[in-house]
Ligand binder design. Structure first.
Ligand code: GAL
Length: 845
């Protein structure tokens, strides 16, 4: 090997090592910013929760975050997955926090570790382990000895682990920030004076752990020094910290919102998200975190609730499957570059804010020769031309323009200068396909789950028991069974056709079986978990069995005293006739079974005996376990299962739970729009889609859980479905689009470029297939002129260069990416004196 090559390799390695260890040794803060190694920093952060993806996905998610312009990855620490049984810890696989933090460090990014240990996060029980609830004398999140002792023990454990691995910046590691508690200020008044004492205790306890980096408390106005109080919300530009010595920090900028079973799918337009971010930095902020940057999946029974869906996609810049979401990811990346161009001005001084007219505002960061400005139009209706420093600028409604030199606009938040992608899932059957037996699955086998009591650990008690206290959340399921003798002269029998079983439950759903047959079901909703049903029943003289299967769908994770919210059938339970006759069963002797027989047998792995495949596949049958084998689809694109055709239950692939499925829970039929107006304040129910459809029909199966062939899929189906309708879905990009105007503000890169040539060449249209193995295979649309419409429905207008299609084809076909200058030099001039744009829609294969 040549000497200079060796030198190059050695120096690359050295740079690599440096990149990994070059974290600031000191992290402090002042009134403007976090100060890392003596330098104030403008930081952009994003949330990725490690257990919501797989270790195999982490490096790629982190790299995509870095490519998107993030400096920091934020994660909560999820106590209940790490300590499922008191003093028995689990930091393996998806729970490998240390590995996750190290991967972030390897990418050269910082970490904000939000230890909580209360996390909210749409996570089961807000992250608390259930055993905590059973500790004698415990009261959560208040000045209570047993609670404080456990919280301190776990927090100390996590801090200790991080210290042992040298992961704090003060030790040369990536962690620059930590959080204690979570939004306690939103609910602390419910805990009275004890709440305040607890909050101060938590602050002191955290400080005493001596991490060497600052602590934050979010949504805690009165967070004591030196803890920084931070803001969470859709907008935080009006936020001020509680002391002049603290910087303005935003720990949760909700990039979308979470989905509930039975709900419509929320989304947040990137124009509004970018506006919120730019407003924050305009108004003096220096640290902002997207909650979520990648939402991921609530695998297993980790989802909070009740009724939070298995998907935690969140409309985040990186989607549930780990693919970048366009134009969101790309537009924010441009925004981050624009903000970073202003960093030296932003850290040098506070902004001077002036009004430029109604709803129009300029913020100028100026010291000496350094100057950066933000021009905002916070009006929701009218675009405006503003005069600033003697120049005129066009600022559309609800947008911010960024001028890193106080002169040229490098970015306007409402102008999307990024590609758009239309994702698509291709579906294929799980069952045998005679034409391609190699891609194929096989037949189903099944085991019936017994109705009512079938386990030896069942027990009897008088009266109705609250569910969570009974199951300790070991299972979603609790059977309440009773056998009652109905005398032949019982008045109820006289009016048989009108007899109902009246059940009142705290939630979340129930199925009622009379004499072994499903008589009816009821379910609560994310707004009201309670279930109140009157189910028509047919009774027989003599013995009648009533088996009620009550189930939880994720435990409460938010609100004062959320830990005390109960579930299950607490009554009354009555048989009622229309003639006023009634039998109250509530205080009689009931028999209870926690969990299912199939859970006891470990059917989820598919390995136990007893599976049958004769005579015919039972469909639409409640309480049944199904099993099949299937092959993974070829390629590396993400995989999901489409559970349309099934009812409700849980699914396992090769023994790993992919979560609860519930495609029969349908979103309301109205209130959706595909083109939500981004102008004006966003709220979680402003922009919704998917009306009238299952809230979630696709369920992510991580690639790393699949082998090429012979994968085992097990389902437990509660209410009845047809498993032969299940399809396997692979995520593809149907179309890539880009739309760039001649006069588009010069992209940030160009402004930043040293090359005069690059500056002069003007706007460029860029297209890139999402996967390195793909190439642009066709140009579905290309027009230079004044094309109309949006991705998927672009249309030509009269002003259209006749060469556009062939020029774009020549530049792009067969390559993964291409770039074309958007100018009349390239395309000719189809209409003089008119602003022209290039619109392209391409497909990748
Ligand atoms: C916040 C909370 C987060 C998450 C979010 C909604 O209030 O801190 O953990 O629950 O709401 O997604």
């Amino acid at each position: 090997m040549r000497g200079d090559v060796i030198l190059l390799i050695v120096s690359c390695l050295a740079i690599g090592i440096l990149a990994r260890t070059s974290f600031g040794a000191t992290v402090t803060y002042d009134q403007r910013a976090l100060v890392i190694d003596g330098k104030r920093r403008v930081l952009i952060s994003g949330s990725i929760h490690y257990p919501r993806s797989t270790p195999e996905m982490w490096a790629d998610l982190i790299q995509k975050s870095k490519d998107g312009g993030l400096d920091v990855i934020e994660t909560y620490v999820f106590w209940n997955i790490h300590e499922p049984v008191r003093n028995q810890y689990n930091f393996e696989g998806r729970n490998d926090l240390v590995k996750f933090v190290k991967l972030v460090a390897e990418a050269g990014l910082y970490v904000h570790l939000r230890i909580g240990p209360y996390v909210c996060a749409e996570w089961n029980y807000g992250g608390f382990p259930l055993w905590l609830h059973f500790m004698p004398g415990i009261e959560f999140r208040t000045d209570n000895g047993p609670f404080k002792a456990e919280m301190q023990r776990f927090t100390t454990k996590i801090v200790g682990m991080m210290k042992d691995e040298k992961l704090y910046a003060s030790q040369g590691g990536p962690i620059i920030l930590s959080q204690i508690e979570n939004e306690y200020g939103n609910i602390d008044s419910s805990y009275g004076a004890a709440g305040k004492t607890y909050m101060k205790w938590a602050a002191n306890m955290a400080i005493s752990l001596d991490t060497g980096v600052p602590w934050v408390m979010c949504q805690q106005r009165d967070a004591p020094d030196p803890i920084i109080n931070t803001c969470n919300g859709f907008y935080c530009d009006q936020f001020t910290p509680n002391s002049k010595t603290k910087p303005m920090m935003w720990t949760e900028n909700w990039s979308g919102w979470f989905l509930s079973f039975g709900g419509r799918v929320p989304y947040r337009p990137v124009e509004d998200l970018a506006f919120a971010v730019a407003r924050f930095y305009q108004r003096g902020g220096t640290f902002q975190n997207y909650y979520m940057y990648h939402g991921g999946t609530n695998f297993g029974r980790t989802t909070g609730g009740p009724f939070i869906s298995t998907s935690y996609d969140y409309d985040a810049p990186i989607d549930e499957y780990g693919l970048i979401r366009q134009p969101k990811w790309g537009q924010l990346k441009e925004l981050h570059k624009a903000i970073k161009l202003c960093e030296s001005a932003l850290v040098a001084t506070a902004p001077t804010i002036t009004s430029l007219g109604q709803n129009l505002e300029a913020a100028v960061y100026k010291t000496g020769s350094i100057c950066a400005a933000f021009l905002a139009n916070v009006g929701t209706q009218s675009d405006a031309n503003v005069t600033f420093n003697g120049n005129s600028y066009f600022v559309p409604a609800w947008s911010v323009s960024i001028l890193p030199d106080c002169k040229s606009v490098v970015l306007n938040t409402a102008k999307i200068n990024s590609v758009t992608e239309i994702p698509r899932f291709t579906l294929q059957s799980l069952n045998i396909d005679a034409d391609s037996p190699e891609t194929l699955g096989s037949q189903w086998s099944w085991i019936n789950e017994p109705v009512g009591i079938s386990r030896k650990d069942a027990f009897s008690k008088p009266g109705l028991l609250e569910q969570i206290n009974t199951t300790a959340d070991k299972s979603d399921y609790l059977w309440y069974s009773i056998s009652t003798d109905i005398k032949s002269d019982e008045p109820l029998l006289k009016d048989e056709s009108h007899t109902v079983l009246h059940v009142e439950s705290l939630g979340h759903a129930l199925h009622a079986f009379i004499n072994g047959k499903l008589a009816g079901s009821g379910t609560g909703s994310s707004n009201n978990a309670k279930v109140s049903v009157k189910i028509p029943v047919t009774l027989q003289p003599g013995k009648n069995t009533i088996d009620l299967l009550s189930l939880t769908v994720g435990l409460q994770n938010y609100g004062a005293f959320f830990d005390k919210v109960g579930a299950g059938i607490t009554g009354p339970v009555k048989l009622e006739g229309s003639n006023g006759a009634s039998i109250d069963l509530s205080s009689q002797q009931w028999t209870y079974q926690v969990g299912l027989k199939g859970e006891e047998l470990g059917l989820s792995t598919g390995s136990s005996s007893g599976w049958v495949s004769q005579p015919t596949l039972p469909v639409k049958q409640p309480l049944i376990w199904y099993k099949t084998k299937f092959d993974a689809p070829a390629g590396s694109s993400p995989v999901a299962l489409d559970f349309t055709g099934m009812g409700k239950g849980e699914a396992w692939v090769n023994g790993q739970s992919i979560g609860r499925y519930w495609p029969t829970n349908i979103a309301p039929g109205s209130g959706c729009t595909d083109s939500c107006n981004y102008r004006g304040s966003y709220s979680s129910n402003k922009c919704l889609k998917n009306c009238g459809k299952p809230s979630q029909s696709l369920y992510h199966v991580p690639r790393s859980w699949l082998q090429a062939s012979g994968n085992t899929l097990v389902l437990f189906e509660e209410i009845g479905g047809n498993p032969s309708e299940i399809q396997i879905a692979t995520r593809q990009t149907e179309s890539l689009c880009s739309y760039i105007s001649e006069s588009h503000p010069s992209p940030v890169d160009m402004w930043n470029s040293d090359s005069e040539k690059a500056r002069k060449s003007g706007p460029m249209l860029l297209l890139e297939c999402p996967s390195p193995s793909q190439v642009i295979s066709s140009i579905k649309f290309a027009s230079f002129g004044t094309p109309r419409g949006t991705c998927g429905s672009f249309k030509h207008s009269k002003c259209n260069s006749s060469h556009a299609h062939s020029i774009v084809q020549k530049a792009c076909l067969g390559s993964r990416s291409c770039s074309i200058s958007v100018s009349t030099d390239v395309f000719g001039n189809p209409c003089r004196g008119v602003l022209k744009s290039l619109a392209v829609e391409a497909s990748c294969t």
